[in-house]
Design a protein around this ligand. Sequence first.
Ligand SMILES: C[S@@+](CC[C@H](N)C(=O)[O-])C[C@H]1O[C@@H](n2cnc3c(N)ncnc32)[C@H](O)[C@@H]1O
Length: 208
Amino acid sequence: MDHDDIERLAAELHKKGSSWSPFQVAASTSLVLYFAWAGSLALGLRKVYLQVPYVPSSVKQVRNMMSLLQGRSGKLVDLGSGDGRIVLEAYKQGFRPTVGYELNPWLLQLSNFRAWRAGCYGKVFFRREDLWKADLSDCNNVTVFLAPSLVPLLERKLLSELPDGACVVAARFPFLNWSPTSIAGDSLETAWAYNITAVRQAGRQMPS
Ligand SMILES: C[S@@+](CC[C@H](N)C(=O)[O-])C[C@H]1O[C@@H](n2cnc3c(N)ncnc32)[C@H](O)[C@@H]1O
């Protein structure tokens, strides 16, 4: 039943008499409340989840991303961690601590289940937190696989928060204003690595 149907129903009821029975009042109120609730829920979900849909990295893509981080250590954060596959792989490769930020509660459950199955439950961290609110000031390795429309915003956040020497690895969607230090893979599974110190230096040398 859509809004037109509701209006038609209201008109019918109106024709049958100007005074509604308590049942009619209750039924119409419930319908209006239901549609208001469904509408607000749909808008909320669209805002939170559909801006960046859940598309897990392929095995090859994970391999490409991790190959760009070879020889590095310390804290690693995956922004929008999905089912936790990057965080788990980073933990296996020796990064500590490894943290994933994810808003979808089902994916967080799945991440924790996968961590438990891999024997590292409680050793890796999945936070139900908006990635835009994450404090990255102590993080020297960041992985992202999000959406092209978010790249400019993400560039600004990473540049203002990351410590010098930090490495950012982006999958599928490169940071167009930054020069990568290395690239791995091809087509949809390409990954780009950026050294934040080099990006800052290049920015300072740009004519204003
Ligand atoms: C393309 S998936 C990548 C998942 C994972 N990083 C991987 O490579 O397999 C992007 C994820 O970001 C999550 N996400 C989108 N916006 C977010 C936000 N503001 N804060 C936290 N997570 C977010 C989505 O729910 C989705 O799981």
